[in-house]
Ligand binder design. Structure first.
Ligand code: PMV
Length: 396
C-alpha cells in the first residue's frame, strides 16, 4: 500500500504595533516599510494545520479550512507550494534514498480555534501554519527566517507569525525579496507579562481588503511617503528600544501613534478608506480615560484593517484595563473563559470615565460583540495531533 506522509503544526496570530501598509512589489509582497508585532498566545488564537502527501491522492493539491474546501489556485498559495517543493526537490536530488515527496499531490487540513466571523486577521496564522506544516512534512532544514521569506509571499504579515514574542519584519532592499524577512526582537520570555484584550466589533459591511487598500494608499496619499520614509524608520528604532528596556509607556505611546498614523494615511487615500468606526473611536476614548486616571500610559490601542480594537497592557494593570472594560461593557462572550473569570469587573474609575466619555461607554456596550483575552506567546509548535487519519481522510 502506498504511504500517506503527514506532519502537523500550530501557528499563532500576530498583531502589529508598527503597521505594514504599502507594497513596493505586490507579487512578492515586498513592503514599503519595516513593521513590528507581538505574537499572541496560541491557547487563545491559533491555526492548527496538517499537511500530507501521497501517490494515492487525486492529482490536484487541496486545502480544507474549518471543513470548507479553499481555492488554492491563487498566485499566493501557489508561490508557497512552489518554493517549498523546490526546497524538497533539492534535498531529493542530493540524496537518492529520499522519497520523491516533491512530486506528490498535497492534501492540507486546517482549523482555527477562534471564530472566523470575528474578522480577526487569520491569514497570518493560516499561511504561517501552512508553510511550517509543509516544511515539517518535507523535513526541510529551513530556519524560521527562511520560512518567513516563503510565508511572506502568502500574506505579508504571515512572515512575522514564524516567530514567537516580539517580532520585526525587515523591509529589505533586494528586488528578489531575499532580505525581506522576519526576525525576533525578543522572545516572549523577555517580557512575558504583556497582555491584550481584543474587542471584537462587528462591521456594518465588509471593508476594503488590505491588498487593495494599501495599493490605493501608495498611489494617492500624500501623507504616505513621510510615513514610510521618515516616521516608521524612527519608530522601529524607538519600539525596539522600548521592548529591550521593557518600557511600557514608550511601547504604548509608539503603538497608539503608529496606529493613528496608519489610519490617517487611510483617510488620506482617495477615495478615503475608513476602517475605524464609532465603536473603534469609543475604544480609543476609553483607553485615553484609563491612562488619564492612571496618570501614565498603562493601556495602548491599535487597529488593523477593520474596526476591532486590540488593547495591550501589562498583567499588573489587568484590573485597571481589562477590569475597567469588563465593568464598562458588561456581559459578553469571552469573559467567561478561564482568564476572563479571573478578570474582576472594576467599577472604581467607571463613574469618572462615564463623566468624561459616557457616550463612548454606551457605544462600546452596544457595539462590542465579544472579547478575547490573550497575551504574548510562542511561535509555531510541531504537534502529534493530526487532522488527517492514516488513510489520508480529514478528521473533522
Ligand atoms: O498581511 P496582510 O496583507 O493581511 O496586511 C496586514 C496589514 C495590517 O494588518 C493592517 C498591518 C500589519 O502589519 O499586520
Amino acid at each position: 500500500m502506498s504511504e500517506i506522509y503527514r506532519a502537523s503544526t500550530t501557528a499563532p496570530v500576530n498583531i502589529a504595533v508598527i503597521k505594514y501598509w504599502g507594497k513596493r512589489d505586490p507579487k512578492l509582497n515586498l513592503p514599503t516599510n519595516s513593521s513590528l508585532s507581538v505574537t499572541l498566545s496560541q491557547a487563545d488564537l491559533r491555526t492548527h494545520t496538517t499537511a500530507s502527501c501521497s501517490s494515492t491522492y487525486p492529482k490536484e493539491d487541496t486545502l480544507l479550512l474549518n471543513g470548507s474546501p479553499q481555492d488554492v489556485s491563487g498566485a499566493r498559495t501557489q508561490a508557497c507550494f512552489r518554493e517549498l517543493r523546490a526546497l524538497r526537490k533539492q534535498l531529493e536530488d542530493s540524496n537518492s534514498s529520499l522519497s520523491r515527496l516533491s512530486e506528490l499531490p498535497l492534501r492540507i487540513v486546517s482549523e482555527n480555534n477562534f471564530p472566523t466571523a470575528a474578522g480577526l486577521a487569520s491569514s497570518a496564522a493560516g499561511f504561517a501554519a501552512l508553510v511550517r506544516a509543509i516544511a515539517n512534512l518535507y523535513e526541510l532544514p529551513s530556519s524560521p527566517t527562511d520560512l518567513s521569506r516563503i510565508a511572506r509571499q502568502g500574506s505579508g504579515s504571515a512572515c512575522r507569525s514564524l516567530f514567537g514574542g516580539y517580532v520585526g519584519w525587515e523591509q529589505g532592499s533586494a528586488t528578489d525579496g531575499s532580505d525581506s524577512v522576519a526576525f525576533q526582537v525578543a522572545p516572549a520570555s523577555h517580557w512575558p507579562n504583556m497582555r491584550a484584550v481584543i474587542l471584537v466589533v462587528s462591521a456594518a459591511k465588509k471593508g476594503v481588503s488590505s491588498t487593495t487598500g494599501m495599493q490605493t494608499t501608495v498611489a494617492t496619499s500624500s501623507l504616505f511617503a513621510a510615513r514610510a520614509n521618515e516616521t516608521v524608520p524612527r519608530r522601529m528604532a524607538e519600539m525596539q528600544k522600548a521592548i529591550q528596556e521593557k518600557d511600557f509607556e514608550a511601547f504604548g505611546k509608539v503603538t497608539m501613534m503608529d496606529s493613528n498614523s496608519f489610519h490617517a494615511t487611510c483617510l488620506d487615500t482617495y477615495p478615503p478608506i475608513f476602517y475605524l468606526n464609532d465603536v473603534s473611536r469609543a475604544a480609543i476614548k476609553v483607553v485615553e480615560s484609563i491612562n488619564a486616571a492612571a496618570g501614565k500610559i498603562i493601556a495602548a490601542y491599535t487597529f488593523d484593517a477593520g474596526p476591532n480594537a486590540v488593547v495591550y497592557y501589562l498583567e499588573e494593570n489587568e484590573k485597571e484595563v481589562a477590569g475597567l472594560f469588563k465593568a464598562a461593557i458588561g456581559e459578553k462572550d469571552g469573559w467567561k473563559c478561564e482568564r476572563g473569570e479571573k478578570v474582576e469587573a472594576n467599577g472604581a474609575n467607571l463613574e469618572k470615565i462615564k463623566e468624561e466619555a459616557g457616550v463612548a461607554v454606551e457605544l462600546l456596550k452596544d457595539g462590542v460583540s465579544r472579547v478575547i483575552l490573550t497575551g504574548v506567546g510562542e511561535g509555531p509548535v510541531k504537534t502529534g495531533e493530526t487532522l488527517i487519519d492514516e488513510k489520508g481522510e480529514p478528521i473533522l
